[in-house]
Structures are given as structure tokens and as C-alpha cells.
Ligand binder design. Structure first.
Ligand code: NAP
Length: 256
């Protein structure tokens, strides 16, 4: 049984990659924590646990009880609460925390982005936009915030999410596509053409995996309503998995 113990807060490809690389040498017990919102998540290397900790105090108690030596917060850029909790719980428990962040995408020539700070603001924008009645908007922000668009019923929607939509809170004219990326640019472009999409709503999550839809929208000269990410958490951070892996080894005093 490996002596040193690291907790990875997961839900991203970077968390999977970090778990894979940190488990490889067999010197560290790697535990990846997932929120439990996805029913068949990709399983990380090492151990895993599922479900919330019960706020900062619950996470602090977990770090103590499980004898965790370091925390790697590799959660999604829009998962701001758990990142905040990680920093606070690490301080309380005296456990070092590193946030593995993902730089947001930057606007490129040809992009027609309208930046908004929430799904509610995106819905308000759509409500006043000069989009013809019955036009179809492509929602790629997950299913949790779909209800923000429920009132804007002069538009149609295509919503893509990993987990099924709750139609009770969804807009009346919505086609739900259940799919998990990554998707190719060609497939994204074809989907937008086939569904007569006039506008894409996306989270500026950064990274390569979900970028093809942005490239497809650019190629088709479609406007993108881009949700800006929450502020990056305070404390130590890096955007490199290499640096994060080296930080864990350094923090645990493991030479490689
Ligand atoms: N938000 C997105 O757009 C998005 C996209 C892709 C993947 N994800 C992943 O989905 C998960 C939930 O995202 P969210 O936006 O709902 O997070 P959030 O708003 O930051 O967190 C809400 C609560 O969910 C629990 N939680 C979140 N991540 C957890 C984890 N990795 N392990 C254990 N508990 C966790 C915590 O509950 P307690 O307070 O009870 O500890 C947290 O307070 C994250 O792990 C994130 O990486 C999110």
C-alpha cells in the first residue's frame, strides 16, 4: 500500500490524465473524487469516490480522516464552488492544494462572440436579439441551466448534454441530444447545418476537447453567446498537467 495519499477533485480530462500519471509509479495512493452528476463517468486510474463532501467542513473532515497529504483541484473551470471549498478546507486541515486551471479560449479573427456572464444573461440576450421567430439555437452548456431559456419560447433549441434533460424545466421546443465529446469540427459543422442553427451558446471552458464547435461556428459565420468563466480560485495554480504532477511529487517528497 502506497504511503502518501493525494486527493484529486475530478470531473475533467485533466483529472483523468493526472490520476493516470500519478498512479503509474505505484508510490502514491491516488483517490479521485467525482461529484456524481454523470451516471457513467470515465473511471480514473487509482481509487475513486463519489458525491459531495458536505461543504468546507465536510471536506476538511475528509482530508483529516483519510490522511490526505496533498489536494489537486482538477475540476471544470465553471465548478467554482468546489474549487473555493478545496482552498478553504486545505487551509483548515493544513493540506497543500494546487488548482489545475484551464485558460479560457481567446477570440480569433472571424469569431462573432457576445460575452455574457451567465445562462440567464444569455437568455436575456436571445430575447432581444434580432433572430427570427422559430430560429434554432444550439445550447452546449450542460443541462443544469437549461431552465434559463424556458421563457424564451419564440425560439427553438437543440440542447446537447451528457445526461438527460429535465423536460419539466426546459423550453417547449427543444431537441435533446445526449452525447459525450470530443466531437470533430466536421461533425459539429454538419450538426449546425442539419439543424439550421443560427446561434451557438457555449461556456468558455478552454481546452481542446470542446473547441471544435467554436471553430465550426466561426466557419459558418454564426454568432456565439459565450459564457465567461468565474474568476480563477486564489492560491497556487497551474494550467499544466506536467507542472501539477511535478508539484504533487515535490509536495510529497517523492523523487522520480
Ligand atoms: N460546471 C460545469 O460546467 C462542469 C462541466 C463539466 C464537468 N463538471 C464537473 O462536474 C462536477 C460538478 O460541477 P459543478 O459546477 O456542479 O460544481 P460546483 O458548483 O463547484 O460544486 C457544487 C457542489 O458539488 C460537489 N462537488 C463538485 N465537484 C465535486 C467533486 N469533484 N467531488 C465531490 N464533490 C463535488 C460539492 O458538494 P459539497 O459542498 O457537498 O462538497 C460542491 O460544493 C465537478 O466535479 C466538475 O469538475 C462541471
Amino acid at each position: 500500500m502506497a504511503g502518501k495519499r493525494v486527493l484529486i477533485l475530478g470531473g475533467t480530462t485533466e483529472a483523468l490524465e493526472s490520476a493516470e500519471r500519478l498512479s503509474a509509479a505505484g508510490q502514491i495512493t491516488v483517490i479521485t473524487s467525482m461529484a456524481g452528476v454523470t451516471r457513467n463517468p470515465r473511471l480514473p486510474a487509482g481509487e475513486n469516490r463519489t458525491g459531495g463532501f458536505g461543504g468546507v467542513s465536510g471536506l476538511t473532515a475528509y482530508l483529516d480522516a483519510e490522511d490526505i497529504d496533498a489536494v489537486l483541484d482538477a475540476t471544470h473551470p465553471f465548478a467554482a464552488q468546489i474549487s473555493r471549498h478545496a482552498g478553504d478546507a486545505g487551509s483548515r486541515a493544513g493540506v497543500p492544494v494546487l488548482h489545475l486551471t484551464r485558460p479560457p479560449w481567446r477570440r480569433r479573427p472571424g469569431d462573432q462572440w457576445y460575452e455574457v456572464d451567465s445562462a440567464v444573461a444569455a437568455a436575456a440576450w436571445l430575447n432581444t436579439a434580432t433572430l427570427g421567430d422559430g430560429s434554432t439555437v444550439f445550447l452546449t452548456i450542460g443541462r443544469a441551466e437549461i431552465s434559463a431559456f424556458a421563457e424564451i419560447d419564440r425560439l427553438r433549441y437543440v440542447s446537447r448534454s451528457i445526461e438527460p434533460l429535465d423536460f419539466a424545466g426546459a423550453p417547449p421546443f427543444v431537441e435533446a441530444i445526449l452525447a459525450r465529446g470530443p466531437f470533430s469540427i466536421d461533425d459539429e459543422r454538419q450538426l449546425m447545418i442539419d439543424r439550421n442553427i443560427v446561434c451557438l451558446v457555449a461556456k468558455n471552458s478552454g481546452g481542446a476537447a470542446s473547441y471544435p464547435k467554436i471553430e465550426a461556428a466561426r466557419a459558418l459565420e454564426l454568432p456565439v453567446l459565450m459564457l465567461t468563466p468565474p474568476a480563477t480560485p486564489g492560491g497556487e495554480s497551474t494550467s499544466s498537467v506536467d507542472v501539477a504532477v511535478a508539484w504533487v511529487h515535490g509536495t510529497l517528497g517523492i523523487s522520480r
